[in-house]
Design a protein. Structure first.
Ligand code: GLN
Length: 503
């Protein structure tokens, strides 16, 4: 089936057909990724006998490197491999990583994790870029497509995050799996689903026409030739060299700090260099993309409290007044659950509003995202007023807050993916998508700093004191989010100018 780009992009209805295949490949990849992420800290503490602080620091380092690598994966895709080969190579590395962990997680833990880090860097940004390629410039169904894709991400995250650790801990299938093999099976499951993701992608490729093929090299005389094979193999070899380097870097938390201090400025310098090579309109658009990227750091810095300080808050200060559910379970998976509930309706809402000529543009959507985030954090603050004398408050109200935050996420995260594909020049699509995810590496990093700052409540402080400290921290975060939203809305005319015809 040799489709042309026009045939793919001239689809009828709400979604292009190919989006479903990309949805499933990404869903399984996220299953593998979140499955592994969900096991990291628990495995390090219970099996590798790390103390809590070290385990958390190493978890943070892994997260930073994963998202930082998306930038590298994006650049190599743009310049040498193309999106398809990058995705495939990344997927293979993730399979190798999971298989190493499945074979001997105790002795080769960091080796397996490092393979997964590099692999994710090659896979994650490039599949998102391909979703954007299914749409013509200016197609107002793009945001709805990314919302659907985002549902796939969260379905994978929810399933992987639940099943892998439950199998490892022996909460599931414990009568089928011998005790000493539970972790092997759990990591093995991540490998199996990643194989499914790649097999699914192999079938998808046939219907992608020219999307994601290797770029051509343009000679001085304007002639186009295939990229030299040695360059392609060079990328494969280089990425394998990164694996032991990451192992060393993840092992020492200070390295993460140095890494974060240097990588951001270097990528900015590189972006400015690339910006100097394009025409003014393209440069303006890239600049607008940078504004979204920088704001997204603030968003993730606040949002990602969920993995850090909010899990402590949930453990100490929330009751079980919602169907008897465990507060930490709700904190961990409530967000993904709500995304699944609202992703498609919100996407369709954008299409409907567009028909009525009422659809907000991307800047306003971002602004709304921050305002929802802020209101959500204010709602967490408000749980304080429902606390009992022991400092324990309502999980139900917390869950409402989580829902409001999720509405904010839907206005930022899928919309951000979508706008990256619209504002990037043809040749920088992968890199800009990588930069979008790199920003979330910084967001997670900032989140850790904010969380640590908030955890000033002493270990031996009473629950009431902890409640007061944490909720007042969340009130401040809520305020910052609302301010960021207002700033975005105020500067929207300026950013709009930079975006030219893109909405
Ligand atoms: N939860 C989303 C995902 O896994 C967004 C991640 C991010 O950008 N930090 O894709």
């Amino acid at each position: 089936m040799n489709l042309t780009l026009e045939q793919i992009q001239d689809f009828k209805g709400k979604y292009p057909r190919q989006i479903w295949s990309l949805f499933f490949s990404e869903m399984w990849e996220r299953f593998c990724f979140y499955g592994m992420r969900g096991m990291l800290v628990f495995f390090m503490i219970s099996q590798l006998k790390f103390n809590e602080v070290d385990a958390n620091l190493q978890y943070g380092a892994t997260q930073a490197f994963v998202y930082a690598f998306t930038f590298v994966g994006g650049i190599f895709a743009d310049k040498i491999l193309g999106f398809r080969k990058s995705l495939f190579w990344g997927g293979l590395l993730m399979i190798v990583g999971s298989m190493i962990l499945a074979t001997n997680p105790h002795d080769y833990f960091f080796l397996g994790i490092s393979f997964t880090v590099v692999g994710t860097g090659f896979f994650k940004p490039n599949i998102s870029t391909m979703v954007g390629k299914l749409y013509k410039n200016g197609d107002n169904r793009t945001d709805a497509g990314f919302s659907l894709f985002y549902a796939g991400i969260n379905l994978g995250a929810l399933l992987g995050g639940y099943f892998c650790v439950a199998i490892g801990k022996g909460e599931m299938f414990s009568n089928l799996i011998p005790e000493d093999k539970r972790w092997n099976v759990a990591f093995g499951l991540a490998a199996v689903v990643m194989v499914i993701s790649l097999v699914n992608f192999i079938f998808t490729q046939r219907r992608l026409g020219p999307i994601g093929l290797q770029p051509m090299q343009i000679l001085k005389n304007g002639q186009e030739v295939a990229i030299a094979k040695w360059k392609e193999y060079g990328v494969y070899v280089l990425s394998l060299i990164f694996v032991p380097l990451i192992m060393i870097m993840v092992a020492k938390p200070e390295y993460t700090d140095y890494f974060m201090y240097t990588v951001g400025p270097l990528t900015l310098i590189y972006l400015f260099y690339e910006m100097s090579l394009v025409d003014k309109i393209e440069r303006n658009k890239l600049f607008a993309a940078l504004v979204f990227i920088i704001f997204s750091i603030v968003f993730w810095g606040i949002y990602e409290q969920s993995g850090g300080s909010l899990s402590i808050f949930a453990a100490h200060n929330l009751n079980q007044d919602l169907l008897g559910l465990d507060p930490n379970g709700v904190n961990n998976s409530g967000g993904a659950f709500f995304i699944l509930l609202v992703a498609i309706p919100i996407g369709l809402l954008w299409i409907w509003l567009n028909k009525k000529k009422l659809e907000p543009n991307t800047i306003i959507k971002f602004g709304l995202g921050f305002i929802f985030l802020g209101l959500g954090f204010y709602a967490i603050f408000a749980t304080k007023f429902f606390a009992n004398a022991a400092g324990v408050t309502s999980l139900s109200i917390f869950t409402v807050a989580l829902f409001i935050i999720t509405l904010g996420e839907m206005c930022i995260s899928p919309i951000g993916l979508s706008i990256m594909t619209k504002l990037s020049t043809q040749k920088l699509q992968g890199m800009m998508m990588g930069m979008w995810f790199l920003a979330s590496a910084y967001g997670q990093y900032v989140a850790g700093l904010i969380g640590a700052n908030m955890a000033t409540a002493r270990e031996d402080a009473s629950n009431i004191e902890k409640l007061t400290t944490y909720t007042s921290g969340y009130k401040d975060l809520g305020l910052y989010a609302v301010i960021a939203g207002i700033v975005l809305i105020v500067i929207s005319p300026l950013v709009k100018k930079l975006m030219h015809e893109v909405r």
